[in-house]
Design a protein around this ligand. Structure first.
Ligand SMILES: N[C@@H](CCC(=O)N[C@@H](CS)C(=O)NCC(=O)O)C(=O)O
Length: 210
């Protein structure tokens, strides 16, 4: 398999964090990582559009030559074929809880942060859009408040004692915020503590650059 990615971009980063966690736990998923340079617009090249007509990253190329897009679907697929150690929980209620957290982190944090960064300081050269920035800024506290409360008991990871896919989604979002000079979490002490400790871990350090 091949994972097409770009550094700092949050959606490829959440997949790379997932892969790094598996490897650190002794269950490396065999694959190659191929950089597609978003800053050079390579995602809109005919070669990449053949992989993903939406012109986005990440893309996973399967061994049969077919392509899978959408970060959450890629992670779910990899988890189905490599279930150890579990990154989405083991039993149905735990798995539902992790997916709940992951969607909150994705739609409630990653998406608004991506919109704010691209509306204020876009690395892809998108024009400033104060209205979108303000709207996304106003949306952010809802999900951050929920995740901060989840971490209030001092747990190491969003779902408890071991990392799950939602930790990767939140970390990918917060890296993009730092990169885009967006202060997202200073009013959230539990997320701030989680972020500091999570980023000290080997698999995370091997992926994050900002
Ligand atoms: N829903 C998609 C979003 C993919 C996405 O927006 N990827 C960004 C990088 S984080 C991208 O490729 N942007 C380049 C562009 O829009 O030209 C997913 O979860 O994979």
């Amino acid at each position: 398999m091949k994972l097409y990615f770009f550094i700092v971009a949050p959606n490829p980063t959440r997949v790379r964090l997932y892969l790094a966690e598996k490897e650190a736990a002794g269950h490396a998923i065999p694959h190659e990582q191929v950089l597609v340079n978003l800053l050079e617009g390579e995602q809109k090249s005919p070669e990449h559009l053949a992989r993903n007509p939406l012109g986005k990253l990440p893309v996973l190329e399967l061994d049969d030559g077919s392509f899978l897009t959408e970060s959450a679907s890629i992670i779910e697929f990899l988890e189905e074929i490599h279930p150890k150690p579990p990154m989405i929980g083991t039993h149905a209620p735990d798995r539902a809880r992790v997916r709940e957290l992951d969607r909150i982190a994705d739609f409630g944090v990653l998406l608004p942060i991506a919109l704010i960064v691209h509306a204020t300081n876009s690395p892809l050269g998108m024009p400033p859009n104060p209205e979108v920035a303000a709207h996304s800024r106003a949306a952010l506290p809802f999900a951050l408040g929920v995740l901060d409360a989840r971490l209030a008991d001092g747990r190491s990871f969003l779902a408890g004692d071991s990392p799950c896919i939602a930790d990767g989604t939140l970390a990918a979002a917060l890296q993009f915020a730092r990169f885009g000079k967006v202060d997202a979490i200073s009013g959230y002490p539990n997320i701030t503590r989680w972020d500091r400790d999570y980023r000290k871990r080997g698999p995370v350090k091997s992926v994050l650059v900002a």
